[in-house]
Design a protein around this ligand. Structure first.
Ligand code: DGJ
Length: 743
């Protein structure tokens, strides 16, 4: 059984072959965490792992002769005010103004499988045998509030999913000012904090810092899960942990709104890590009878380094967070017109681009921004989701049918959460854009954010989107979101509920997605936010892929995609080949390199094929054929392993190996060429050491192949002659090795 309960000692032990997580009911009936890490054998009692020592200035939270102090206790859901001076997981303001709480143990419940979280995205199971869930009910008798801490342990994965649920049973209201999804404590501080940070066009760069006493962490306040600046994820790794070995704890939040990931090291060198909705500008009123559920936090333990952590996230998020038809399907190879035309297109031009795409073997033509309302630049039109017939006389319905008649599928860009001041929608409903009456409305890209905390706004947008999807033949939607949120306030909420607005916006967004997915289950959704500014597990639940970055330069993308794979599977990473020189950097990289980088994602093009030379078009056709051959391995069946990090070095490498280890694709990249450089060995990972593989690759028009055993390839490596880099273009050269087991 993955959850073992020792009622006599008050111990709950969540365990599977990879992990142990041990909780105990303390003498004051609150919950403590005794251990979290590699699986250890079960015992009736682990209470000796509770550390308590007499210190000066220690506050005792029980009558004498107890020596229990919250200051040194590793708690499951810590609160402020009874002797614990670290950051709490919960702050609840009561009607008398007090924020002192005391949640004590009432009961527990075990269930096979995993219940859904109403209105929120979450990991799930398909069979009850895939997981077991422990729900521990606590209550604060004075407040009359019930708190259920929920823990799901997955079979065969080192994963524990947590969330908290509150119900106000008393007669007074309580305001949750801080309600984290999970808080975990460790007895020491020998960790480094890993985060994925950046900015527009350089999202999810890997940053690592050593923990120190006090507070450290990351926060996202832009209303989009941290925007391009932070991802709702942190890891704590041992300083000697690498990509391949050592202990790593990953914390990921299944949420698309403001978040906080906070790590605090106490003066006694204990570490507390928590993740959840950011308390900034958050206050949720629980009136009598009302409930509140936090988003889900997913905790991964790995003793196989960062790759071990990432592979657990990939399996879980790829198979048990993503949903629908596209979860298990290789993704269509697309051509998107954005970088090819920007706003400057006609129906004829689009049809010509689509014909060229069809000739190259592309499967889906995507019409990006600029097709609706008065949208000839980013100054106007958002909110008016009807076709601009002066640009597209056949309308979206007519255009989509013409594209389908060519043998392609048709996809469309939308930005449903936004409105331009210059739009019919804004002129009709200026109050629907988020603002505080009487105050200036901050704008970004000449647009405002619609108030999705108001159900009538979401209903209106649903009707418009559903009409569009019903009237045209749309197989794919790119759902963009190009500005952060400001001045959060909603006339739809009373004064004492304004702190709920940002979270209610996200719930409104989730409900819109849910309704559209239910009504149009075959449509493939790709989320996007000025590139990769809303790349989070919450979105993955609705849209199984996300545009990774507006930076389409292959060399920059190596780093962005490398960082993204810390949490997200390749099937989620939107990656396209764009023109050279690149539009963001003016850098030229070889077409083969641009293709090689884009293969490790959903793959597509973002350029005008008709402008390419015949020899380049021949390469494009090869790339499309290559992706069709390997996309099931890359996106669905393979295990992805990072081999060399581009952060702080000139090279990058990774590999995807099939589940049965009979097939693999290795990727090796160098940023700048080296004259008279050193010898290079490309060491692989994840292969079967005892199988003989053919290793082949094509470079400079020549295909080379040799045979080697898996153990040799993983330890001695593939010797790379430096002439290979010259043949692949010198600077920004990429090589792809195809491996096939011979028996
Ligand atoms: C931002 C996206 O990341 C781009 O790909 C493109 O769709 C533009 N928005 C369109 O405005």
């Amino acid at each position: 059984m993955p959850v073992i309960v020792h009622e006599k000692t008050g111990i709950f032990h969540l365990t599977n072959e990879g992990v142990s997580y041990i909780i105990r009911v303390m003498e004051n009936k609150q919950l403590e965490n005794l251990y979290y890490g590699k699986k250890i054998r079960d015992r009736e009692d682990f209470s000796h792992l509770h550390e308590e020592g007499e210190r000066s200035q220690m506050s005792i939270c029980m009558p004498e002769p107890s020596r229990l102090s919250m200051q040194f206790t590793r708690q499951e859901y810590p609160c402020y005010g009874t002797g614990d001076y670290r950051s709490p997981a919960l702050t609840a303001r009561q009607e008398n103004g007090s924020r002192i709480v005391s949640f004590t143990y009432d009961s527990y419940r075990l269930s096979a499988g995993k219940p859904r979280l109403a209105g929120l995205p979450a990991t799930y199971v398909e069979k009850p045998s895939e997981a077991e869930t422990l729900e521990i009910t606590l209550s604060d008798k004075l407040m009359g509030t019930e708190l259920i801490l929920s823990y799901t342990i997955f079979a065969g994965l080192p994963v524990i999913a947590r969330h908290a649920r509150f119900r106000q049973k008393g007669e007074e209201s309580v305001v949750l000012e801080r309600a984290m999804s999970a808080s975990v404590e460790f007895p020491d501080m020998e960790y480094e904090l890993v985060q994925l940070s950046g900015a527009w066009a350089r999202e999810r760069h890997v940053r690592v810092r050593r923990l120190d006493m006090g507070l450290q962490g990351i926060q996202g306040l832009a209303g989009t899960a941290g925007g391009a600046e932070q991802n709702p994820f942190i890891a704590l790794k041992r300083p000697d942990a690498t990509e391949f070995s050592g202990e790593v704890y990953g914390f990921s939040l299944v949420y698309s709104g403001n978040f906080l990931a906070n790590v605090e090291v106490s003066p006694f060198e204990m570490t507390r890590a928590m993740i959840g909705i950011s308390p900034e500008n958050f206050a949720w009123k629980l009136a009598p009878g009302e409930c509140f559920t936090t988003p889900e936090a997913v905790l991964v333990y790995s003793d196989a380094g960062l790759n071990g952590m990432s592979q657990a996230f990939h399996k879980l998020y790829g198979r048990r967070l993503a949903r629908g038809k596209w979860r298990d399907e290789p993704r269509p190879i697309l051509l998107n017109n954005w970088e090819g035309t920007y706003f400057d297109f006609t129906e004829e031009k689009l049809l010509e681009m689509a014909r060229e795409a069809k000739d190259a073997g592309v499967e889906l033509f995507v019409l990006d921004d600029g097709w609706f309302g008065a949208r000839n630049s980013d100054w106007a039109g958002l909110g008016d989701w009807y076709c601009n017939l002066s640009k597209i006389p056949s309308g979206i319905g007519g255009l989509s049918r013409k594209i389908e008649d060519m043998g392609l599928k048709f996809g469309l860009w939308v930005e449903l959460e936004m409105v331009n001041p210059d739009s019919d929608l804004f002129r009709a409903h200026p109050d629907w854009a988020i603002h505080v009456p009487g105050r200036f409305r901050s704008h970004a890209r000449h647009q405002y954010v619609l108030d999705f905390s108001r159900p009538e706004v979401v209903d209106y947008i649903y009707e418009m989107a559903a009409k569009l999807l019903s009237e045209a033949r749309i197989s794919y939607i790119k759902w963009d979101m190009n500005r952060y949120m400001t001045e959060p306030f909603s006339p739809g909420l009373p004064a004492d509920r304004q702190g709920e607005m940002m979270h209610r916006y996200i719930l409104g967004l989730y409900s819109l997605y849910e309704r559209l997915i239910a009504a149009f289950p075959d449509v493939l959704f790709e989320s996007c936010a000025s590139g990769g500014a809303r790349f989070d597990p919450g979105m993955l639940y609705y849209a199984p892929q996300a545009w990774c970055s507006d930076d389409t330069d292959a060399s920059e993308r190596v780093g962005i995609q490398y960082g993204t794979t810390f949490v997200y599977p390749l099937s989620m990473i939107g990656s396209h080949v764009s023109a050279a020189p690149n539009h963001q950097l003016l850098r030229s990289t070889p077409l083969r390199t641009r293709g090689a980088v884009a293969f490790f994602g959903t793959f597509g093009y973002e350029l005008v094929l008709g402008k390419m030379k015949p020899e380049e078009l021949a390469v494009v056709k090869e790339q499309v054929a290559f992706m069709k051959k390997y996309r099931r391995l890359i996106q669905i069946e393979g295990t992805f392993t990072r081999l060399l990090s581009p952060f702080g070095r000139n090279e990058a490498a990774w590999i995807v190996v099939s589940g049965d280890k009979s097939e693999a694709l290795g990727f090796y990249f160098q940023r700048l060429n080296r004259v008279n450089g050193s010898f290079v060995r490309f060491r692989l990972a994840g292969l079967d050491p005892d199988r003989l593989y053919t290793v082949s690759h094509e470079n400079g028009g020549e295909r080379k192949a040799y045979k080697a055993y898996g153990d040799e390839l993983m330890n001695a490596g593939i010797p790379l002659d430096r002439s290979e880099f010259y043949a692949a273009g010198g600077d920004f050269a990429a090589l792809i090795f195809e491996l096939k087991a011979l028996f």
